[in-house]
Design a protein around this ligand. Structure first.
Ligand code: ADP
Ligand code: MG
Length: 400
């Protein structure tokens, strides 16, 4: 149902159809494509994402009754929520009857954002009930960060409701905290930060250690386009494997005697190779080389060296596949095929892996043929239809 067309119109129409009035507050927040720097964010490393032309829209207004009503125009389901009974994340599940909101449901992202916003007001008064509709053109669970776009859009309407206006980095941090504590997903800061701070025609080189960001100009559309290729698969082990990699990185850092793998170097890794296990070694090697590649990619992009950028993307995929082991046969098929097509500078999986999306950086005149060839290989090898679309770097979230 996740209709790529006009989420703003769908959100408004759904709101009006259900509540008989226009929404009072609306906001949009984009999904993202990470060009390079994968699994580095929770290791205090570097990432290089763009905000894309796919958004989550949140439309909201005051609710007349005691309960708040959240609706997703995409999944079609509705949650009734009592915002007068704030539950702390520790007893989140216990505080709400089954069938009501629970940890990890999409409503829990919104609930967490509103809860954390309200807590900032330091007031004894309860939050007034709200009707809130979301509609998104970001594929759900496809590695393009529908979750952060949902949080950030909800945060922006929440701020309007409560008369607040947070600085961008604080907004991103609050949204991440909601995802951690209320949705139970231990994500890094990249997705929220790029959704908030995205800049048209620019990627952001984010240093996840201090959360600072530097805008890097993207190549002009006449030279290269970013194509997103959605595998349409989502392997069930994704969540567990994410947590397992994160834990392996923490063990690796501890074994190397450093706080995070950001501080690791190849020399340190070689010197202390016997103080960590093989899994930890591979994870550390990916993070070390990926941080180096991400910095080099930012320089390559800034200089307009697309061949170098493409090579780094290819190397990133190989490292994610062989060292970090978060790719899958479907993503490998898309990436390998795309890499062989004329006009393709480079290709890699993007997002956490085990399904979701791959991206290719390709000359605009060759994009159509490259996608057609990749789709044919994908159909032949995996019997699946490829959904692909070109995208470009867009501005971050905004009130509407
Ligand atoms: P990604 O962020 O890569 O899309 P995640 O697993 O982090 O993948 O987030 C996907 C989850 O976000 C969905 O399972 C759902 O809970 C929630 N979500 C995001 N957007 C929507 C939406 N428009 N409607 C319903 N749920 C949504
Ligand atoms: Mg997400």
């Amino acid at each position: 149902m996740n209709n790529a067309l006009e989420p703003g119109a769908r959100a408004r129409a759904t709101f009006r159809g259900r509540f008989g009035a226009d929404p009072q507050w609306m906001a949009r927040a984009p999904g993202r494509v990470n060009l390079i720097g994968e699994h580095t964010d929770y290791n205090a490393g570097f990432v290089l994402p763009i905000a894309i032309d796919r958004d989550c829209i949140a439309a909201a207004g005051p609710a007349p009754g005691p309960l708040s009503i959240f609706i997703s125009a995409d999944t079609g389901d509705t949650w009734e929520v009592d915002l007068g009974r704030w539950a702390e994340p520790e007893d989140f599940d216990a505080a709400f009857a089954p069938g009501r909101i629970h940890r990890g449901s999409w409503a829990s992202y919104i609930y967490g954002v509103l809860r954390l916003l309200h807590a900032r007001l330091a007031t004894d008064s309860l939050m007034r009930p709200v009707n809130l509709v979301i509609a998104s053109s970001v594929p759900l669970g496809g590695g393009l960060s529908s979750s952060a776009s949902l949080e950030v859009a909800a945060c922006l309407v929440g701020e309007q409701m409560l008369g607040m206006n947070l600085p961008g980095p604080a907004r991103a941090a609050l949204c991440r905290e909601a995802e951690h504590r209320y949705a139970g997903v231990p994500c890094g800061i990249m997705d929220q930060l790029i959704s908030v701070l995205g800049r048209e025609n620019h990627a952001l080189l984010i240093d996840c250690r201090d959360e600072s960001a530097r805008a890097i100009p993207m190549p002009p559309a006449s030279e290269a386009v970013v194509v997103v290729m959605n595998s349409g698969v989502r392997h069930a082990l994704a969540g567990g494997e994410y947590a397992a990699r994160k834990a392996a990185c923490e063990r690796a850092a501890a074994g190397l005697g450093i706080a995070t793998l950001r501080e690791a170097t190849r020399e340190l890794l070689e010197r202390r190779v016997h103080s960590i296990g093989e899994e930890e070694f591979r994870c550390a090697r990916h993070i070390i080389t990926e941080n180096t590649r991400t910095l080099a990619a930012a320089e390559a992009l800034a200089r307009g060296n697309l061949a170098a950028m493409g090579r780094l993307m290819n190397e990133s995929h190989a490292s994610l596949r062989h060292d970090y082991r978060v790719s899958c046969p479907e993503l490998d098929c898309l990436v390998e095929t795309a890499q062989q097509q004329p006009g393709v500078f480079g290709a890699r999986m993007t997002g956490a892996g085990f399904g979701g999306c791959a991206i290719a950086l390709v000359r605009p005149e060759d994009a159509h043929a490259a996608v057609a060839a990749t789709a044919a290989a994908y159909a032949a090898r995996h019997g699946r239809e490829l959904s692909a679309f070109p995208t470009s770097a867009q501005p971050g979230a905004a009130r509407l």
